[in-house]
Design a protein around this ligand. Structure first.
Ligand code: NAD
Ligand code: HSO
Ligand code: ZN
Length: 427
């Protein structure tokens, strides 16, 4: 990976404008969305044949396919899914919100009513790898929020089936229906509906550039969780960090995608060199070597800083999806982190722990959006309504003020709705 100073890195970031292929991506995604809107299921079948190389007879996963999947996965996998499900449920249970009401003198009741979104669509990526863990991370908070119907869509494998791991996780998590459709076409189907796929009210879940662009496109017609970009990891390491661990953790995210971004920020040149060596050595042993090497070359950086404080400033300006603190006193320095999707403290809290099993969500803000957004949670699956009740006496007490405000805005019908009640009370 390229070694640069913090100053050079920040300059490099500023120079990075919109990627050159953005308008081409827009054209491809726009075309897919309009095909799905115009031709519904027919478009889904033909796009799946063209883009995934699979001629589907049926897009809904059948009960027999679920049974086949349960039989295909090992007991060890089932046990691991159970453990992950328990931990994710326990963590997210803390996020549930109740409706609340407050009473004020004179017959006033005010409140906030929390209602689950009725129907949600979950996209699970499936192009380069299959992600049963993402099924749990996206479905469990929706279940805890009380969403009535959860549908899932994911690309078919070359044999026309969905990964048995993904199906087994979907069954465990309580997904209602699974569709074998991927990419922008799946997002369009969830957003606008087709003969088979019913329109949902919110779409959640990560995906590649086509999926992300499609979510941006349909936003407004339907709600979305976020625009999730390629995976990112940023590690702050001081001289106490263990190069073998640092290298392994950087590689763990580099293997997702050529566009993944592994970043190391360190105050120590020797650590930088040792991590470089370790990364080259460990990469040789890994299955997804080509993807890893490409990601390290394109987006991997080792950033040298003068001090730990400069390291934190740099990390905060990156606002990474995952931030690992592999420094002498991680807890004591936690307050210095202002922008990060998830923060991992110490040598024994590697990022994959959070990806699979610790409990917090792994769907996190990427591409710097941690400056304004949060991990996926139960709060993403509810909406709130304000509740207002005034008695006749309570309304009478404020009628003059409302009248003044309404007249100031030139809205006499507003004033009238108040005055008419006052007149009746006075009569
Ligand atoms: N943030 C998270 O929580 C999280 C979790 C898992 C994966 N990820 C990320 O999700 C991404 C998954 O990407 P993926 O590609 O493996 O799976 P994907 O399911 O997102 O994309 C595959 C689909 O892309 C479409 N596609 C491929 N080439 C196309 C083309 N030329 N034109 C139009 N459409 C095309 C196809 O329809 C295909 O079904 C990775 O970047 C990974 O890092 C993120
Ligand atoms: N690290 C990914 C999010 O950036 C999530 C994931 C799923 N499986 C493995 N990793
Ligand atoms: Zn990961």
């Amino acid at each position: 990976m390229k070694v640069i100073t913090a100053k050079e890195f920040l300059q490099e970031q500023r120079n990075q404008a919109e990627p050159a292929d953005a308008s081409q991506l827009d054209a491809v995604v726009g075309d897919i969305i309009s095909k799905v809107r115009c031709s519904g299921d027919d478009a889904l079948y033909s796009l799946t044949e063209k883009l995934d190389g699979v001629r589907l007879d049926e897009m809904i996963v059948s009960e027999a396919e679920f049974v086949e999947a349960q039989e295909a996965v090992s007991d060890a996998f089932k046990a691991a899914i159970q453990k992950a499900l328990e931990n994710i449920t326990a963590f997210h249970a803390n996020q549930t919100e109740q409706s609340w009401f407050m009473n004020q003198e004179g017959g006033i009741t005010l409140g906030q009513k929390v209602t689950p979104i009725e129907r949600v669509g979950v996209y699970i990526p499936g192009g380069k790898a299959s992600y049963p863990s993402s099924v749990l991370m996206n479905v469990i908070p929706a279940k805890l929020a009380g969403v009535k119907e959860i549908v899932m869509t994911t690309p078919p494998q070359p044999d026309g089936k969905v990964s048995p791991y993904v199906l087994a996780a979907a069954k465990e998590a309580g997904v209602d229906t699974v569709y074998k459709i991927g990419g922008a076409q799946a997002i369009a189907a969830l957003a606008y509906g087709t003969e088979t796929i019913r329109k949902v009210f919110k779409i959640v879940g990560p995906g590649n550039a086509y999926v992300a662009r499609a979510k941006k496109w349909v936003f407004g017609d339907v709600a979305i969780d976020m625009i999730a970009g390629p995976s990112e990891i940023c590690i702050i390491a001081d001289e106490t960090a263990r190069p073998r661990f640092v290298a392994a953790d950087l590689l763990s995210q580099a293997e997702h995608d050529e566009a993944a971004r592994p970043l190391l920020i360190t105050t120590d040149r020797q650590i930088a060199e040792a991590v470089q060596d370790e990364m080259s050595r460990q990469t040789e042993q890994l299955k997804r070597k080509t993807i890893i090497q490409e990601s390290m070359k394109l987006n991997g950086r080792i950033i040298l800083t003068e001090s730990l404080s400069e390291a934190f400033d740099t990390a905060n300006s990156i606002a990474p999806e995952h931030l690992q603190l592999m420094i002498r006193e991680p807890f004591e320095n936690l307050a210095k982190v202002t922008n990060a999707g998830a923060i991992f403290l110490g040598d024994y809290s590697p990022e994959p722990l959070g990806d699979y099993l610790a409990g917090p969500n792994h769907t996190l803000p990427t591409s710097g959006t941690a400056v304004f957004s949060s991990p996926l949670g139960v709060y993403d699956f509810v909406k709130k309504s304000s509740v207002i009740h005034y008695s006749a006496t309570a309304l009478d007490r404020v009628s003059r003020d409302i009248g003044s405000l309404a007249r100031a805005e030139g809205l006499s019908a507003h004033a009238n709705a108040i005055q008419i009640r006052k007149d009746e009370g006075d009569a």
